[in-house]
Design a protein around this ligand. Structure first.
Ligand code: ADP
Length: 492
């Protein structure tokens, strides 16, 4: 039989230039002939590689599989086989190969040689490996998100760019029955039993949270009542975020619905309590104050008179507090009624500053009014007095000895501007939004036990709003605060 290592030029050329690794292997597994592609693939020169056997260049973990097939071919069970296996590179790392082996048999079907072709699939293998890992990671993320989506106690809704409902969690599905007892057509903006926080005004299409989100809006804490029956309805606070693709294009929006019924009911109870307590306190307190007034007129021993004045002062403070509570309750019950008339605002400011002078003196705060001789505006005198008193007393209360507080008054084209500024302790940025809320007291006021109820600025903002004016605040901790009230001058 002709020695195949000596065979035709054609065979040699094929072997030499094939991009696929090739080897002629004897029955013991020795490599009789290898091509350049294989030697490059495994990092040996052709000569070195020719002296090895395939067992030496196979990764030990894959050797058994290869040997099994090799022996089956030797035994005549099969004529060829194919497997994916790891080889050992000369530098020690793995090379993944796609191996095809064919047996060359003699006239008696006795095996003579093996021809092996090995395609380097290391890159492909690595790519597949990475793809698998990425798939597993995506799957893991998806499962985690799915679990969160269904377990949170917040209703979640996803809509597409056209406002069609894509997905919602069970929590949201259950609460949908309140506003939409007859079902929902799966499009943002469907009208239902959805009311604004007054509990009476029905929401319009363009006010519905899902519709606003479908229009590209983002918002937080947008609250409403859902359900037609005032006894069983529920309140929700909603947030929306846009979902965008890699190039920033809008894909849709995600909405979260947090139920806040308990909170809203608690707030109602608190308002009702404040209102009823202040109404109940007013009558006896008026009587106490009236009688005290009469008593101090009497000819009393000096020590009794002194004590009575203390009682009178404290009863007056209590009276002022009840008046504040009543005003807050009045705002909550549907707004303040103003008694407007033309007044000299300059005089009002001067009076407010003068009446705060004793307490400013005690606190060692220099108090100053910077006002024109006369500035007339049409407004509710008593209410604006309250605004000034509250702002001035705060400027003094939240200042340190040696500080300054100034009230200035300026005329603008259609408005008047009152500015109360101090060089006091200032208000931290995270509190500036909240200082106007009812009963809010700053951290500093609480820790330093500065007396107060947290109603002053709320009353200021309600009165200013009733006058269709605005109040703004600029403040820096340790530097001072400026409250600016702008009121329209409107006559009539
Ligand atoms: P109160 O003074 O009774 O606490 P207010 O409604 O008048 O209530 O003020 C609310 C909070 O705003 C105060 O507790 C305080 O923390 C802060 N504040 C108000 N005015 C000033 C000011 N001029 N300087 C610093 N902090 C202020």
């Amino acid at each position: 039989m002709e020695d195949p290592t000596e065979s035709s030029d054609l065979w040699r050329l094929t072997l030499e230039y094939s991009p696929v690794g090739m080897a002629l292997v004897d029955l013991d597994g020795r490599l009789l002939l290898v091509n350049r592609a294989l030697s490059e693939m495994l990092g040996y020169d052709v000569e070195t590689l020719t002296r090895r056997d395939f067992q030496q260049i196979t990764h030990p973990d894959d050797l058994d599989t290869d040997l099994q097939q090799f022996h089956r071919a030797l035994d005549g069970e099969i004529d060829s086989y194919r497997l994916r296996k790891r080889y050992l590179h000369a530098e020690g790392h793995e090379v993944w190969g796609d191996l095809s082996v064919a047996v060359v048999r003699g006239p008696e079907r006795q095996p003579l040689y093996f021809i092996s072709q090995i395609l380097d699939v290391s890159e492909q293998h690595e790519y597949e490996q990475r793809l698998q890992e990425a798939k597993a990671e995506i799957e893991h993320e998806r499962n985690a998100l799915e679990a969160i989506f269904e377990t949170v106690s917040v209703g979640l809704l996803l809509i597409d760019a056209e406002g069609r409902y894509e997905r919602m969690n069970r929590q949201h599905e259950e609460t949908m029955r309140l506003p939409f007892p007859d079902g929902h057509d799966g499009r943002a903006g469907q009208l239902g039993h959805v009311y604004h926080l007054d509990g009476k005004t029905l929401m319009k299409r363009e006010e519905m949270p899902s519709y606003r989100a479908a229009q590209g809006e983002e918002f937080d804490d947008y609250a409403y009542w859902a359900g037609s029956d005032p006894l069983t309805r529920a309140a929700f606070s909603t947030s929306a975020r846009q979902v965008r693709g890699p190039n920033g294009e809008r894909l849709g929006a995600a909405l979260a619905y947090q139920e806040i019924t308990e909170l809203m009911r608690a707030m109602q109870v608190k308002d009702e309590f404040v209102s009823s307590v202040s109404h109940e306190l007013r009558t006896p307190l008026t009587s106490v104050l009236g009688h005290l007034e009469m008593l101090v007129e009497e000819d009393l021993p000096p020590s009794v008179a002194t004590q009575l004045r203390v009682v009178q002062r404290n009863a007056a403070r209590l009276g002022a507090l009840v008046a504040d509570l009543l005003l807050v309750a009045q705002v909550g019950e549907g707004g303040l009624r103003l008694q407007r008339r033309k007044v000299d605002l300059s005089a009002l400011v001067r009076e407010a500053v003068e009446s705060a002078r004793p307490s400013a003196g005690q606190a060692q705060v220099a108090l100053r009014a910077d006002v024109p001789d006369r500035l007339e505006a049409v407004l509710d005198e008593q209410r604006i007095r309250q605004v000034l008193d509250n702002l001035v007393s705060n400027a003094v209360k939240y200042s340190r000895p040696g500080g300054r507080a100034t009230v200035s008054l300026r005329q603008r084209p259609d408005a008047v501007e009152i500015e109360v500024s101090d060089t006091g302790i200032g208000i931290p940025a995270d509190e500036t939004e909240r200082v106007f809320s009812r009963f809010f007291r700053g951290g500093h006021a609480l820790t330093q036990q500065i007396s107060g109820t947290g109603l002053g600025l709320n009353i200021v903002s309600s009165i200013v709003a009733a006058h269709e004016g605005t109040v703004s605040l600029e403040s820096e901790v340790g530097v001072g605060s400026t409250f600016r009230v702008t009121l329209p001058r409107r006559s009539g």
